[in-house]
Design a protein around this ligand. Structure first.
Ligand code: KG4
Ligand code: ZN
Length: 347
């Protein structure tokens, strides 16, 4: 029998994602984004995002099916992000997926967005090693996770105590006059800059901090340090060298994230590190992760940048994994959970 065909829907933030997989084979990954509608506000406006999802949902599903050459009636199961994320945005995805499940009489899995960010790597690099350590870095989350089994067991080791990594990129980009979302612009500017130009602070890395926050991260001090540096230079009448600031800031973020991720692998004696979430698209994070994992003989897995940012394929990938492991589908009455814990993989 051929592997199951799973359609995944993702609407936790500003991307309407519809992905279709067969087993671990990606057939299509369609994304409609409302990012331009939020740009002038410098952040995602929940109500604008919900309305955009509503408008994009049916055309995106139709495009995905047509590109993959599948009919909705061929689909064996639906998967949808039920949390964490923006409540109204999640509702649009969950209601749409439920309508499809009921209409087609197929099982549905309500799944955790963060687990999906980890699981998506299976579409590129095959089944995850059990256990793996996962570093999840996005606009809303920064977590280090011990993942014995992505279909049922994820244990948080640490997280951000203030800003998420992507949020720090976005806020620093704003200070530097770069567009929203700032991550890709900082990444590009940093390529032309000197990462050692400014010695920005590495949060929660002193021996005393490590006692209580070994696997937690903090970016708010770094963000303030960048803002203060820019303000001072401007006051002195100096030209702010955006590329150098971007490169030095990015270096501090990457250094701290990877120090903690490698430490988590070594302490837990886990030989695989998987990195996911929008910030995993960062070219410097990818390069330094490779160097440090090689040094410690840790297998590094990072999906291609397009699968790191929010998309429907990651949700379909997790749905497919749940089916492979024989997990029970979600009861049709499940709801959305905007602050869903990462330890809860499915509804
Ligand atoms: O996973 P994602 O698409 O959405 C959330 O679940 O939050 O992550 C979006 C975040 C944004 O903060 C964006 O600036 C950041 O990922 N990002 C990057 C890069 N591409 C996206 N950050 C650093 N470097 C990049 N190349
Ligand atoms: Zn995400």
């Amino acid at each position: 029998m051929s592997e199951p065909l799973v359609l995944g829907i993702e609407t936790s933030c500003d991307e309407t994602g519809v992905g279709i997989v067969r087993g671990n084979t990606l057939l299509v990954d369609e994304v409609a984004t409302s990012v331009n509608e939020h740009a002038r506000f410098g952040g995602v406006v929940p109500e604008v995002a919900s309305r955009a999802h509503l408008e994009a949902m049916i055309p995106t599903i139709e495009r995905a099916c047509s590109k993959a050459g599948v009919k909705l009636s061929d689909v064996d199961a639906l998967a949808v992000t039920s949390g964490p994320g923006l409540a109204g945005a999640l509702l649009v995805g969950v209601a749409s997926a439920k309508a499809l499940a009921v209409g087609l009489n197929k099982p549905i899995y309500g799944v955790n967005h963060l687990a999906a960010h980890v699981c998506v790597d299976q579409l590129e690099h095959g089944h995850l090693d059990q256990p793996s350590i996962a570093l999840l870095v996005s606009g809303g989350h920064s977590s280090l996770l011990l993942v014995p089994d992505v279909s049922k067991e994820i244990t948080p080791l640490g997280q951000t105590i203030d800003d998420a990594a992507g949020e720090a990129f976005d806020k620093v980009a704003r200070v530097l006059g770069l567009p929203f979302p700032g991550g890709p612009y900082i990444d590009a500017a940093a390529k032309e800059g000197n990462p050692s130009a400014i010695d920005f602070p590495r949060g929660l890395t002193t021996p005393k901090d490590l006692e209580r926050h070994r696997f937690d991260v903090s970016f708010s001090g770094l963000k303030t340090a960048v803002a203060r540096w820019v303000e001072l230079e401007t006051k002195k009448g100096n030209q702010v060298l955006v590329n150098d600031v971007a490169a030095s800031f990015q270096e501090a973020v990457v250094d701290v994230l990877l120090r903690k991720a490698i430490d988590a692998c070594l302490l837990n004696e886990v030989g695989t590190l998987v990195i996911g979430g929008g910030v995993a698209a960062n070219s410097r994070l990818r390069a330094v992760a490779k160097e440090r994992c090689d040094e410690h003989k840790i297998t590094l897995r990072i999906p291609r940048p397009g699968l790191c940012t929010d998309n429907g394929a990651m949700v379909a990938a997790l749905g497919s994994e749940l089916m492979r492991k024989g997990r029970k589908p979600s009861p049709i009455e499940f709801g959305t959970d905007s602050s869903m814990e990462v330890s809860k993989v499915t509804e």
